[in-house]
Write a protein that binds this ligand. Structure first.
Ligand SMILES: Nc1ncnc2c1ncn2[C@@H]1O[C@H](COP(=O)(O)OP(=O)(O)OP(=O)(O)O)[C@@H](O)[C@H]1O
Length: 580
């Protein structure tokens, strides 16, 4: 069997934009309004200097008073203000819709990630993508919207320049190499300085907290002066770097001013030459100079947000990576009966680069029978149970359900065929009815729910609850005992009705009434199905059709309870210790 270890991808720039595009397209009305108002606002902003240029020419021409142009100018100014305000609102609305959609899609897909992937990449990585990365991107959405609208203004202004004269447009282009040079010099330096400043601020905070938390020690040993000196030194370091960062920013904004001055000079000088040679009018040059002057702010926004946009793109790439994992599909293969055979052949397993924890396991569990896995802590019982459940693939060997390799069953079929009650059972906040039925294949009536609860010996206590099935359970709600929680988990499986059941629960204390109830419940649930029971209590093993004893990742013995007792080996020793 080849082992393919699934990972959580990071989206490429193209894939990230595709995800963003899909999300925007999901809100065509809001997108049309936001982009429409942004475009109109930018067009009106660009129109104002162009009309002013015409006005200059009209006044210089000395003809009739240009009332028409003045009305157009006033209309452009007003339209610019109104459209820009509406664009701000539209962008804000679109931004919140995108953020909400993305959050929902990513969380939904995360909950459906294949267990093998979760096991491989670890919960920390997944949760950081759904929390920090997603929130970083969501927080950056308004900045990205602002940058996009600044970009539209810059593009339309370039069109305006071209409409005036291509030589004026060329003069305007002078600023870009200067901007490029300043950005290249500033961004890496700023990133370094800000990172150092954050580190030093954390150090200053640490010294301060240490002094406060340890104030009795500080007093007892007369360390106040020493701690004050330490704090002063940490503050001084922080201040030095903060000032360096501020100077670096000042240099950058000065270089932007220099670029603006150079650009304006280039436009004016080119304009002067073009007017002298009668190629363009004074009005056109005025329009070009004003157009360029109006560009300072959007260009500045574009440049200063460069860092934020890059960060937003990095966060989006990690968040969108979650969406690249195929969603869980419904099972395409119905189970051939109430139970299916499980076969394990030559299975070896190691977690990552770690030691081999299962070495050559061979086991057959005929359809409709139960097998108990018994062994000391760390023997490999849970690992083997997880391999059969398809939680992660085995390093080597074959595992089949009804003769088909587990890796060849689609994720939906595997989910439908194998039901697991693990050591970590969670009760979700809500009614007990919802908690029991959320994994069921279809809607369930109260009769069905009570039949499942009866099957796992939980009907009596559920009926006795103040609101029966409508009782609120979960953190902070009606308290349930560990055994009751396990019974609910078993009832979920009874409603789901999978042909293979894996039980790996270890909550009830041996000999307690809870343990007896649970064992009865488990026996009722697995009757007629194929079951693998990780037996934390040996009475669970005794109730199974066969027992496999694992030691150090190997099968030491297999047989029925009576056979193994008669053999007088590992199991007999364990049983003797257990029954004492
Ligand atoms: N996720 C994991 N990553 C690395 N090693 C693991 C992981 N899970 C289990 N192991 C190691 O694999 C070996 C077998 O563990 P496993 O949990 O399968 O044993 P077990 O027989 O079920 O033990 P227990 O009864 O204590 O749960 C142990 O050495 C354990 O430390």
């Amino acid at each position: 069997m080849t082992t393919s270890i699934p990972t959580l991808p990071i989206a490429t720039a193209r894939e990230s934009f595709a995800v963003l595009g899909e999300t925007v397209r999901a809100h065509p009305g809001a997108a049309r309004l936001a982009f429409g108002w942004t475009g109109l606002g930018a067009a009106a902003t660009v129109a104002v200097p162009l009309v002013l240029g015409r006005l200059v020419d009209a006044v210089r021409g000395g003809g009739a008073y240009p009332y028409g142009l003045i009305v157009v100018l006033a209309a452009a100014v007003l339209a610019g203000a109104v459209c820009t305000a509406l664009a701000l609102r539209g962008n804000e609305r679109l931004g919140s819709l995108i953020a909400a959609d993305l959050r929902e899609r990513v969380v939904e897909r995360t909950l459906g990630l294949p267990p093998a992937l979760l096991e491989n990449v670890g919960g920390g990585e997944v949760s950081s993508r759904v929390t920090e990365d997603l929130e970083d991107f969501v927080a950056a959405v308004p900045v990205v919207a602002q940058v996009l609208s600044a970009g539209v203004t810059v593009v339309l202004s370039a069109v305006g320049f071209l409409a005036l004269d291509w030589r004026l447009a060329l003069a305007f282009v002078v600023v870009f190499p200067i901007y490029g040079f300043s950005l290249r010099a500033y961004l890496p330096r700023a990133a370094r300085l800000y990172a150092t400043e954050r580190g030093l601020a954390a150090e200053r905070g640490r010294v301060m907290l240490e002094s406060l938390h340890g104030r009795s020690t500080v007093h007892a040993y007369g360390m106040a002066a020493l701690q004050t000196r330490r704090l002063a030194a940490a503050s001084q370091d922080n201040l030095t770097v903060a000032l360096r960062a501020a100077r670096s920013y000042l240099w950058f904004s000065k270089s932007m001013n220099a670029a603006e001055a150079a650009g304006l000079s280039a436009v004016l000088l080119t304009g002067w030459w073009l007017v002298r040679t009668d190629v363009v009018t004074v009005g056109a040059v005025t329009a070009a100079a004003l157009l360029f002057h109006r560009l300072f702010s959007p260009l500045g926004e574009l440049l200063l947000s460069f860092d934020d946009v890059q960060r937003a793109q990095a966060s989006l790439a990690r968040t969108a990576g979650v969406l690249l994992v195929a969603p869980p599909a419904p099972g395409i293969r119905a189970a051939p009966g109430r139970s299916v055979a499980v076969a394990v052949s030559g299975v070896r397993h190691a977690y990552g680069e770690g030691p081999v924890v299962l070495q050559g396991i061979d086991l057959d569990v005929p359809a409709g029978t139960s097998l108990a896995l018994v062994g000391g802590s760390g023997a490999g019982k849970t690992t083997l149970a997880n391999l059969v459940a398809g939680t992660f693939p085995a390093t080597a060997g074959t595992l089949t359900l009804d003769g088909t390799g587990i890796q060849d069953l689609d994720a939906g079929t595997l989910r439908d065929w194998v039901g697991v009650v693990s050591q970590e059972t969670y009760v979700f906040t809500g009614t007990l009815r919802d908690d029991v039925t959320f994994a069921a294949k279809g809607p369930c009536g109260d009769d069905q729910i009570f039949a499942a609860l009866r099957a796992v010996r939980a009907d009596t206590w559920v009926k006795a609850l103040p609101s029966g099935l409508d009782t609120l359970v979960g953190p902070g709600e009606h308290p349930l005992t560990a055994a009751q929680i396990q019974q609910l988990a078993l009832a979920r499986l009874a409603l789901r009705d999978p042909p293979v059941i894996i039980l790996d629960e270890a909550t009830a204390e041996a000999g307690s009434a809870g343990a007896r109830d649970l064992e009865e419940a488990a026996s009722a649930l697995i009757a007629g199905r194929t079951a693998i029971v990780v037996a934390h209590r040996l009475t669970q093993a005794r109730a199974c059709d066969a027992i496999a004893v694992l030691t150090d990742g190997r099968i030491a013995e297999t047989g029925t309870h009576d056979e193994l007792l008669a053999r007088g080996g590992h199991y007999a020793t364990l049983w003797a210790a257990w029954s004492r």
